[in-house]
Design a protein around this ligand. Structure first.
Ligand code: SF4
Length: 374
């Protein structure tokens, strides 16, 4: 039996938030300090494209080899899709997003202030200090834009609220196979973290986690990596083919299971949380670290293969793939790489490749210490 509490839509969430006098920050992927925005009364609402928009307005400003996350975001903005937002935050996750940030600041100049910030590509003390200072600078820009100046105590309160939501998000991922949710229902829930206030997300997550566990769902267990599972119908299609997603390394989901921070300085603590998250090519994580992480997750969850589900022209993903896939193969984990454009429907070619992959996985012996199929 499926138990999924009603998840408010983005539109409902924004309407309710604005009705209380709150502001909205449109945030581009991937890593950013949610708590900082909330401390200024801004609800972070993430812009992963969105899928299926008319790409023409953005295409006039971008090279044809820029990914559809960036292309669609620009088209959406130019078509008025972000009119209800008060600020735009552009983390420099990759060259394409960095380019978008410059384009917005220098040429497009939307009505809303645009706040880019840099993410370091390592985890050294110097990286932590750098990101801490980036967040301090962002605080200054937000203060100028909103006329507010949240205290340290207010920042810490905001951080604790996000840490609680992220703790529950991690628990949902950890127990995903025994939750009373299909894969698509699971992803609708965890992706609500992209726009719900942390406290509303935590209430939904608790309701699901408090439900009695169910028997693990049967199917060929796979690990889903890549950027974003769009169109979401992909998840139902995988289930119909006999697959079950048991572990996640998606940029929008599993790579953002941030642990709680330790520092009493709120800016450093927000930076710690992001830098101590799971490995991610957009944060410059070494391939060996990513490989250990993926193999470890597969061993823990019984995943028998990895599906890399990427957005076309995603350079950070493409750089890692050859070595990552070779390492996975050596560890007994086959993989398949699929690239999509956010404006395309789920194609027969994609489905055929995934189906063939699931069939092939079943012919191989399970990798060492895998828990096996349900
Ligand atoms: S899909 Fe890849 S290239 Fe596009 S915004 Fe995301 S990380 Fe950057």
């Amino acid at each position: 039996m499926e138990l999924l509490p009603t998840i408010p839509s983005r539109t409902e969430t924004l309407r309710a938030w604005k009705a209380q006098g709150g502001g909205v920050a449109a945030v581009l992927p991937i890593h950013y300090p949610r708590a900082l925005l909330r401390a200024f009364g801004l609800l972070p609402v993430e812009v992963w494209g969105p899928p299926r928009v008319d790409p023409a307005p953005g295409a006039a400003h971008l090279q044809p080899y820029v990914c559809s996350i960036v292309g669609n975001a620009l088209s959406f903005l130019l078509s008025g899709g972000l009119d209800g937002t008060d600020v735009i935050v552009v983390p420099h996750a990759c060259d394409s997003l960095q380019g978008l940030g410059s384009l917005l600041l220098d040429f497009v100049r939307p009505r809303q202030p645009v706040f880019p910030f840099y993410l370091p590509r390592g985890r050294r003390e110097s990286d932590l200090q750098f990101l801490t200072e980036e967040f301090r600078a962002l605080y200054g820009k937000l203060a100028a834009a909103t006329g507010r100046a949240p205290s340290e105590a207010e920042l810490m309160e905001s951080i604790r609220r996000e840490e609680e939501a992220d703790g529950l998000l991690t628990e949902l991922h950890r127990r995903r196979r025994a939750l009373p949710l299909t894969d698509i229902a699971f992803y609708r829930l965890v992706r609500a973290r992209e726009y719900l206030p942390a406290e509303a997300f935590s209430a939904l997550a608790r309701a699901v986690l408090d439900a009695p566990p169910t028997d693990p769902r049967a199917g060929v267990p796979i690990l889903l990596s890549g950027i974003v599972p769009e169109p979401m119908a992909l998840l139902d299609a995988v289930a119909e083919m006999g697959g079950v997603v048991v572990a996640d390394d998606l940029a929008c989901c599993g790579r953002r299971l941030y642990p709680s921070g330790a520092s009493p300085d709120p800016f450093r603590r927000m930076a710690e949380r992001i830098l101590n998250g799971p490995p991610d090519p957009t944060r410059g994580s070494p391939i060996a670290e990513r490989l250990r992480h993926l193999v470890g997750m597969a061993r823990e969850t019984g995943a028998r293969g990895v599906v890399f589900y990427d957005v076309k022209f995603c350079e950070p993903e493409l750089f890692d793939l050859p070595l990552l896939r070779r390492g996975l193969q050596e560890a007994g984990l086959p993989s398949v790489h699929i690239e999509v454009d956010l404006n395309d429907p789920l194609s027969g070619q994609t489905l055929t490749r995934i189906e063939a992959f699931l069939e092939m996985v079943l012919t191989l012996p399970p990798p060492p210490s895998a828990a096996g199929e349900g």
